[in-house]
Design a binder for this molecule. Structure first.
Ligand SMILES: Cc1cc2nc3c(=O)[nH]c(=O)nc-3n(C[C@H](O)[C@H](O)[C@H](O)COP(=O)(O)O)c2cc1C
Length: 421
C-alpha cells in the first residue's frame, strides 16, 4: 500500500502523474514491488548504500564474474545489484529523501570501537538466547520485509525455511507476498507477524485471529511513518495488478473478481489506518493474547509509554532509514532507551546491522537481539533461500569470533565496558 510496496512504471504522462500522487498520499503499509520496465531512462537515484559517499561496502572489488563466493553482507549487496532490475534493487537499498538516516545508521555503528581484554581464555561461546519465551540459536532475527516475491522466486517462503533452519525468528511483513497461512505452511520455525492495520477493525480482528491460528508467536506493530524514497519515485514503482490483488485478498479485504486495477488501487489507498494512536493497543489487547512488540521506537518516552501499556517488547528502529529522514540512528538511541526499560519488556534493535561486531555492540548497549532487513533481502535476491541461510551463517560466525576475541563465552557476558564511545 505504500512505497514499501511495489510499483511499476507507466508510460503516459497522465499515468505517471497519477502514480506520483499516489506515492505522495501513501504513508505506511504494504505490498510488493514490480521492477521498472524502463531501465534505460536516465536516473539519478542515489541507490542507497552503494553511492560514493557510502560508509558501507568494503568489498567493491568483489566481482561475481570471477567465480568468487560471497563472504559477507556487502558481497550479497553487489550480487543483488547484479541479479535485480535496477528499480527493484533501489527499492530494497535506498532510503528516504537525502538518506541522512540511512547513512547515519551505518556510520554510528562504525564510530563505536571495541576494546577487548587480552588473554581471556575463551574458546567455545554460546550464542543462544530466549526472547518472549522462545529459545533461538542466536540473537539475530530476520526483520519484516515487504515484496519478497519480487526479489526471488523463493520469496518469503524461502526466508521462512532459512530462518527455521538457523533456529531463529522470522518477522513476517503484512506485505511479504504470501498469506499468513502459506508462510506458516512453509516452515514450522518461530514467526512474528508484523501488522499494518486495516481501517476496518473487523478485517484487522480476523487477520489477527488467523495469525494466532497459524501458530505465529507474537505481533509486531510498526508505527513509524514518513516514507518518501526518491529512487522509487523516479523509477515509478507501482503495484502490479496480480500482486496488489493477492496482497489485499491475503489480508482479508473483500476483493471481488470484477474489481479493475484502478478499483484495487483506490481501495488500497483508503484501506489502511495511518493515524493510529496509543488507544489502538487497548483494542489489540482485547482481541488477542499474543505478545505485542512496538516497532519504530526512537524516544525513551515512547518506550516508557509502551511499558506502561503492558506491551511485551520494543524494537528500536528507524525502519532502516526508510521513513522520516533525519531521525537519529537506532544504535545511538539504544542506550537511552535501555536505561528507561529496566528489563520490563524485551528490547530489540534494527537498522544498520551489517556485521557480527554490530550485533556485539547492540547487545553491549542493552539489546537482547537484533533484526536484519536489507542483508537478508539482498541475500534472497542473490541466491534465494540458500542466500538467506548463508547470510545468517555469516552473522553467526562473525558474532562467534567477536565474542571469542572479546572474552565473552555467553551473550550475558557482553557488557558496555567492552566498548569505547
Ligand atoms: C525492502 C524492505 C521492505 C521492508 N518492508 C517492511 C515492512 O513491510 N514492514 C516493516 O515493519 N518494516 C519493513 N522494512 C523495514 C525492516 O523491517 C527493518 O526495520 C529495516 O530493514 C532494518 O534496517 P536494515 O535494512 O538496515 O537492516 C522493510 C525494509 C526493507 C529493506
Amino acid at each position: 500500500m505504500t512505497s514499501e510496496e511495489s510499483l511499476f512504471p507507466r508510460k503516459t504522462n497522465s499515468m505517471n502523474r497519477r502514480f506520483f500522487s499516489k506515492f505522495l498520499a501513501l504513508g505506511t503499509g504494504s505490498v510488493g514491488l514490480m521492477p521498472s520496465d524502463s531501465d534505460s531512462t536516465e536516473k539519478t537515484a542515489t541507490g542507497g548504500e552503494d553511492n560514493p559517499d557510502s560508509t558501507v561496502n568494503n568489498s567493491l572489488k568483489f566481482n561475481p564474474l570471477f567465480g568468487q563466493v560471497p563472504a559477507c553482507v556487502a558481497d550479497f549487496q553487489i550480487l543483488a545489484k547484479t541479479a535485480l532490475p535496477r528499480a527493484t534493487y533501489e527499492y530494497i537499498t535506498s532510503g528516504s529523501t537525502d538518506e541522512v538516516t540511512l547513512h547515519e545508521n551505518l556510520a554510528a555503528f562504525r564510530r563505536i570501537r571495541i576494546l577487548p581484554p587480552l588473554l581471556a581464555g575463551v574458546d567455545r561461546v554460546d550464542t543462544s538466547t530466549s526472547i518472549l519465551g522462545q529459545s533461538i540459536s542466536m540473537p539475530i532475527l530476520i526483520a519484516p520485509v515487504a515484496g519478497q516475491s519480487l526479489f526471488h522466486a523463493d520469496g518469503v517462503l524461502g526466508s521462512a525455511r532459512a530462518a527455521a533452519a538457523a533456529h531463529t525468528i522470522l518477522g513476517v511483513s503484512s506485505s511479504a507476498g504470501n498469506s499468513v497461512e502459506e508462510i506458516a505452511a512453509a516452515s514450522s520455525g518461530p514467526k512474528w507477524f508484523q501488522l499494518y492495520v486495516p481501517k476496518d477493525r473487523g478485517v484487522t480482528r480476523q487477520l489477527v485471529e488467523r495469525v494466532h491460528a497459524s501458530g505465529y508467536k507474537a505481533i509486531i506493530v510498526t508505527v513509524d511513518l514518513g516514507e518518501r524514497k526518491d529512487a522509487d519515485l523516479r523509477n515509478r514503482f507501482a503495484l502490479p495488478p496480480s500482486v496488489l490483488r493477492k496482497h489485499l485478498i491475503d489480508i482479508g479485504f473483500p476483493i471481488t473478481k470484477d474489481m479493475s486495477y484502478s478499483d484495487l488501487l483506490a481501495f488500497n489507498e483508503k484501506a489502511w489506518d495511518l493515524a493510529l494512536d496509543w488507544k489502538f493497543f487497548d483494542w489489540l489487547r482485547s482481541v488477542t493474547n499474543l505478545p505485542i512488540l512496538l516497532k519504530g521506537v526512537l524516544r525513551p518516552a515512547d518506550a516508557q509509554q509502551a511499558i506502561a501499556l503492558g506491551l511485551d517488547g520494543i524494537i528500536v528502529s528507524n525502519h532502516g532509514g526508510r521513513r522520516l529522514d533525519g531521525v537519529p540512528s537506532s544504535i545511538e538511541q539504544l542506550p537511552k532507551i535501555a536505561d528507561v526499560m529496566d528489563g520490563k519488556a524485551e528490547l530489540l534493535l534494527d537498522s544498520g546491522v551489517r556485521r557480527g561486531t554490530d550485533v556485539l555492540k547492540a547487545i553491549a548497549l542493552g539489546a537482547k537481539a537484533v533484526l536484519i532487513g536489507r542483508p537478508s533481502a539482498w541475500a534472497l535476491a542473490a541466491e534465494g533461500e540458500l542466500g538467506v541461510s548463508k547470510v545468517l551463517s555469516f552473522f553467526r560466525e562473525e558474532l562467534i569470533l567477536a565474542m571469542q576475541t572479546s572474552g565473552c563465552p555467553s551473550l550475558a557476558a557482553i557488557k558496555k565496558p567492552l566498548l569505547m564511545m
